[in-house]
Design a protein around this ligand. Structure first.
Ligand SMILES: *Cc1c(COP(=O)(O)O)cnc(C)c1O
Length: 376
């Protein structure tokens, strides 16, 4: 049996969790949280570990001062949290179509969706492959908008050499168990500019200036702004740090599996049976996922069934947000949905996780090939 995902575990997680317990520090912002923040800060100005990427996005929405009626532009082909975090602050979501090659927001459709109420653009780096950030930043600058990167899937990926999550005003990482590096549930917010750092610390600590207090900058802490409890336990950070320490090795292994899938399935692409992912030249990805595209939804359903009969779990996502009950209520699609729905119905994710072996990849490939020998 080959599951779709196994959460990463590399060995030192338990030792580090024991150390956190021994330190008598299992709430947030101890040694391991700091180590994780420092690791991310090799890539950006400031990073704060959070309880999830959803919560990092919520923090970004608060930092962006989103108010009732403000508009936020994003693709509809994304996870619900990308939209939810802004809806919670009263925003209206304006969805635009994606590019069929990367499944990312089509940077050429963003400008037409901007109104006087637009505040933020949210590029989602699907599968850890970067959106066209130069163009997006240029539009944001022209219209004075903020850019919040949903880089949930993008840890260790780059765009023109810059880490995903470090390019926009804010970046949001996920350390959910389905992501490349995990603490079970977890995330981080990346902050590019100094001016947002102090408020971010306050929002994350229930609206108090406790972070300043810990650093000895003030002698008592107090309630100064709105906020919530967005900091994770040290136990989660300890689990995560064991993997961040070995991120390069994890990344290399995932990329090797990804290339094996890609090379092995090339002939099916050449014969026009399936499509494989596109990685633009300026993007270095992190092998977050390996997906193929089938002819359409019926073929995909058949393939999932066939793989399941052979012990392989393959999955798809997302139901485009603009077609969901909440999406209809909280947003609208600007322009025409040419690719979002059609491409989402063709996409199928194959098993991809750190402990997956090359033999298992070869087995999955063999079964996909077998399926296409049967269908005409
Ligand atoms: C996983 C994911 C999220 C949510 O991450 P959590 O850490 O589970 O909150 C948000 N956006 C995208 C694109 C994701 O893949």
């Amino acid at each position: 049996m080959i599951p779709f995902n196994k959460p990463p575990f590399v060995g030192k997680e338990i030792e580090y969790i024991k150390k956190a317990i021994k330190n008598n520090k299992i709430c947030g912002d101890g040694e391991f949280t700091k180590a994780c923040n420092n690791w991310i800060e090799q890539k950006t100005k400031k990073a704060l570990l959070t309880t999830s990427c959803t919560h990092a996005l919520e923090m970004a929405a608060i930092l962006a001062d989103i108010k009732e009626g403000d508009e936020v532009i994003m693709p509809a082909f994304t996870f619900v949290s990308t939209a939810d975090a802004f809806v919670m602050r009263g925003a209206k979501i304006v969805f635009v179509d994606i590019r069929p090659d990367t499944m990312n927001i089509d940077e050429n459709l963003i400008e037409a969706a901007i109104t006087s109420k637009t505040k933020v653009i949210v590029p989602v780096h699907y599968a850890g492959v970067a959106c066209e950030m130069d163009k997006i930043l240029q539009i944001a600058k022209k219209y004075n908008l903020l850019v919040v990167e949903d880089a949930a899937q993008g840890v260790m990926s780059t765009y023109k050499g810059q880490a995903l999550g470090s390019i926009g005003d804010f970046g949001c990482y996920s350390f959910h168990e389905t992501k490349n590096y995990s603490s079970g549930e977890g995330g981080a917010i990346l902050i590019r500019d100094d001016r947002y750092i102090e408020r971010a610390e306050i929002i994350r600590e229930k609206g108090t200036n406790r972070s300043k207090f810990w650093r000895g900058q003030i002698d008592k802490y107090t309630w100064v702004d709105l906020g919530s409890s967005y900091l994770p336990s040290e136990l989660n950070a300890a689990y995560l740090y064991a993997q961040l320490e070995r991120a390069q090795e994890i990344n290399n292994h995932r990329l090797a599996l990804w290339k094996l899938y890609n090379n092995s399935l090339k002939s099916l692409e050449e014969s026009g049976r399936i499509e494989l992912p596109t990685i633009p030249d300026e993007c270095k990805h992190n092998a977050h996922m390996f997906y193929i595209k089938t002819k359409g939804i019926e073929e995909r359903t058949e393939l999932i069934k066939f793989l399941k009969e052979n012990g392989i779990t393959a999955v798809f996502h997302y139901i485009p947000l603009h077609t969901s009950p909440a999406g209809l209520k909280f947003g609208y699609f600007n322009g025409e949905d040419i690719y979002t729905t059609a491409e989402s119905e063709r996409l199928l994710r194959l098993p991809m996780y750190y402990s997956l072996t090359e033999d298992e990849v070869r087995y999955v490939v063999k079964k996909v090939e077998e399926f296409y020998r049967w269908v005409c």
